[in-house]
Design a protein. Structure first.
Length: 180
């Protein structure tokens, strides 16, 4: 129970101090969150954080806030995430899932180096289409609401706390909090 509480405290600290108090306007922060949510579902484990930074740079979003979101897809969660996305892709493409015999075929590749490479490449390409399509759709389904929700939360917090959308400078913050 202690680890969960520590994680909750870390999450609260990250959100309050790194997101709500960041110098970027709400749109850039919300866009960073949306990019992180989208990239979480892309089947590019290992380079997801790089992808977030690249997309954020291209779209002029905050590069920091989206990065921890991609940690949702990790070695412990990637099978349920990508399998669900694959099933969504199959439904959209109106294609049936591969049979157990098809998957068992991976165990017996043909003889010869080049034949084996072509065999595995063809098999991977058969599942890549539905997987990528499903990942893109699910990523968008999560990214769009996460943009609007985070934009609204950041905007409401800042207007309530400071009466403006951009955090005040140090001297203004001291005045707002009643200091000298």
């Amino acid at each position: 129970m202690g680890k969960i509480r520590e994680f909750g405290e870390w999450t609260k600290h990250f959100v309050v101090h790194n997101v709500l108090h960041a110098d970027d306007p709400p749109h850039r922060l919300a866009m960073g969150v949306a990019i992180g949510s989208f990239v979480t579902f892309l089947p590019i484990m290992g380079i997801q954080m790089v992808a977030v930074v690249v997309f954020a740079w291209v779209l002029r979003a905050n590069k920091i806030v989206g990065t921890p979101i991609v940690w949702i897809s990790n070695p412990a969660t990637f099978i349920p995430i990508y399998y669900s996305c694959y099933r969504v892709g199959l439904q959209i493409m109106a294609v049936e899932a591969k049979s157990w015999a098809w998957w068992q075929g991976f165990v017996k590749p043909p003889d010869g180096w080049w034949n084996m490479v072509r065999f595995y490449w063809d098999r991977i390409m058969e599942i890549a289409g539905p997987l990528w399509l499903g990942c893109l759709v699910v990523g968008l389904v999560f990214a769009i609401p996460s943009y609007f929700a985070s934009f609204w939360v950041i905007r409401a917090y800042r207007l309530k706390r400071w009466g403006q959308l951009v955090p005040p400078s140090e001297s203004e913050a001291t005045e707002l909090e009643g200091g000298e």
